[in-house]
Design a protein around this ligand. Structure first.
Ligand SMILES: Nc1ncnc2c1ncn2[C@@H]1O[C@H](COP(=O)(O)OP(=O)(O)O)[C@@H](O)[C@H]1O
Ligand SMILES: [Mg+2]
Length: 397
């Protein structure tokens, strides 16, 4: 059918043609935003899940909600360097400047920017933000990150409250942030929450997102819920396929739908990719058949292999690829590290650095001590397509 009218765009992080099955998370976030504006406690969300399940699109949705409720919001995407404080400072600056532009904050904005400036000067790597004000010392430049973030959240929260608005900061790929920084973020935000200020953070990350402990953990439980985002289940995957097509007056044959759900496991990213390829292959004009789906499966699989999966393996070393292939042999996961080592004919300790490399690259995560699993759904099947024989990476003996 006409590729120009193809409604399934698998661009990661872009708003899906139909955002299915996340009503609970969306409603809860909307309520939290409204409560915070009223000076009440409202629990924001920390989303975790594998790649391609729709965490980023949910965060985007939260931004739409914030917009509709009159909030100011900024989005941060953490990268592999794990740096958060400079990115937060930059986000705070943008919030302050746009608040000032729209609400004419006046003198107060200079003070807030000054506090922010002092904060950035104090950061270890000295990334000073280019802010044209004098630093204001005291509230956020003690050098203790938790205390200083508290100073910033409180300052920004007060400015927002005094101007009848709120602030939402969304932070994606939070798993790259180290535990100590994450704890500082929680402690800082908690201070603003105690003062009932209309400012909050919503985050998303892989299941490897550092597990908070102690005080930070109990604080975090008061300011966030921790929804686990997974594949679509029940009728949801059908809806994710049917709704976009129906908008174009195209129907799916029931057995065609069943087949797509079967091969995709209901994972949103895969549903969109298979939907897209089935659409392009189908003759139509108003029906996508099982035969269309069957013919599109090799195309969709190749697309995923060359894109979604391959971008993850681009920078892996030979030993890392061998490790991944051995894991695939033992999947569905999680698998035990000792068994992977056994399969590769090595000692688990000798493979420690390889395993750590994979965790650091966020290709894998460790759900429990001594266990490891893929952060990408259906990665085991990909590894087997890529390296069909285990013996190619694990010489027998
Ligand atoms: N609830 C949903 N319903 C339908 N499609 C979705 C849903 N969530 C995500 N998608 C689609 O799946 C793909 C992956 O979403 P994304 O947010 O990038 O995943 P993640 O951030 O978890 O890796 C996107 O193309 C998105 O449009
Ligand atoms: Mg994402």
């Amino acid at each position: 059918m006409d590729p120009v009218r193809n409604p399934y765009s698998p661009g990661a992080g872009t708003r899906p043609p139909a955002l299915v099955g996340r009503e609970r998370e969306i409603d809860a976030m909307d309520i939290a935003l409204q409560r915070l504006l009223l000076g009440r406690d409202g629990r924001s969300e920390m989303l975790t899940g594998l790649r391609g399940v729709g965490k980023t699109v949910l965060l985007n949705e939260f931004e739409h909600l914030a917009d509709a409720r009159g909030y100011f919001h900024e989005h941060i995407e953490v990268s592999e360097d794990g740096e958060l404080p400079p990115r937060l400072a930059a986000a705070f600056r943008r919030v302050l400047l746009s608040m000032d532009a729209r609400r004419r904050i006046g003198e107060r904005v200079h003070r807030a920017l000054g506090i922010l400036k002092a904060f950035t000067i104090r950061l270890p790597d000295g990334v000073e933000l280019n802010i044209d004000v004098d630093p204001v010392h005291g509230p956020a430049d003690s050098g203790d990150l938790a205390t200083d973030l508290a100073g910033l959240f409180v300052e920004l929260g007060e400015v927002a409250r005094d101007h009848g608005t709120g602030v939402l900061i969304t932070i994606d790929e939070l798993h790259y942030v180290k535990l100590a920084t994450l704890e500082a973020l929680v402690m800082g935000l908690h201070r603003a929450t105690q003062l009932a200020l209309p400012i909050t953070v919503a985050g998303a990350g892989l299941p490897s997102l550092a597990t908070l402990t102690g005080e930070a953990k109990s604080y975090a439980e008061r300011i966030f819920t921790f929804p686990i985002i997974g594949s679509l289940t029940g009728d949801q995957p059908l809806e994710a396929l049917e709704v976009p097509a129906a908008d174009e007056e195209v129907r799916w044959a029931p057995e065609a739908l069943t087949r797509v759900v079967e091969v995709t496991g209901g994972y949103p990213y895969f549903l969109q990719e298979f939907g897209k390829q089935a659409w392009d292959v189908a003759e139509g004009p108003h029906l996508i058949t099982l035969d269309d789906v069957e013919r599109s499966i090799p195309v969709a699989t190749a697309e995923l292999d060359d894109g979604f999966f391959r971008v993850r393996t681009g920078r892996t070393s030979d030993p890392e690829r061998a490790y991944l292939r051995a894991m695939a042999e033992l999947c569905p996961g999680p698998v035990r590290s000792v068994e992977v080592a056994e399969l590769l004919g090595k000692k688990a300790t000798a493979l420690g650095p390889t395993r750590d490399g994979l965790l650091k690259k966020a290709l894998c995560f460790s759900p429990r001590w001594g266990e490891i699993d893929f952060t990408v759904p259906m990665f085991d099947a990909f590894m087997k397509r890529w390296i069909p024989e285990l013996s190619a990476v694990a010489p027998a003996g």
